[in-house]
Ligand binder design. Sequence first.
Ligand code: ADP
Length: 160
Amino acid sequence: MKTALFPGSFDPITEGHVEIIERGLAIFDKIVVAIGINANKKYMFSLEDRMAMLTRTFEKEPRIEVAFYQSLTVDFAKERNISFILRGLRAPSDLEYEQPIAYVNQHLNPAIEVVCLLSKPETAHISSTVVREIIRYQGNLQKLVPQPVIEYILQKNLVF
Ligand code: ADP
């Protein structure tokens, strides 16, 4: 079975992430969407909230598992017996960011292959950063984040 790891902060998950993950399911049998905990990063949403939003987004997709880890991404992949890391590229700036990370990961574990998919033009403008800005000012999140994320924020009355 071919499994890929889709690592990220998912602060929060966006339609951009979902689009890459859904296309990834045409290549891989299973995708583990995992939140990498970085102690130096400040997040808008708690780990619990980010996990809940991931779980709700993918609850109807049996080939997607959600998880979190606090270790090197390659170590988590190895621990789970995963040989592919899936990433999305929106623009050349994403490649500039991803390439050195991919090289370091391949240095640390040459058995792991990094697979990057180009985002569709329809979602290339979406980032968690922009979404957080819209949330702060209570703007319209339709088509930027999955519906379960909108419902979760409203339901939990999360205010920032
Ligand atoms: P990180 O903190 O690792 O950047 P993110 O949650 O922001 O985590 O992103 C995880 C992955 O999703 C990265 O590969 C990123 O480039 C990709 N990604 C984010 N937004 C989009 C989008 N709109 N289209 C395609 N890929 C995206």
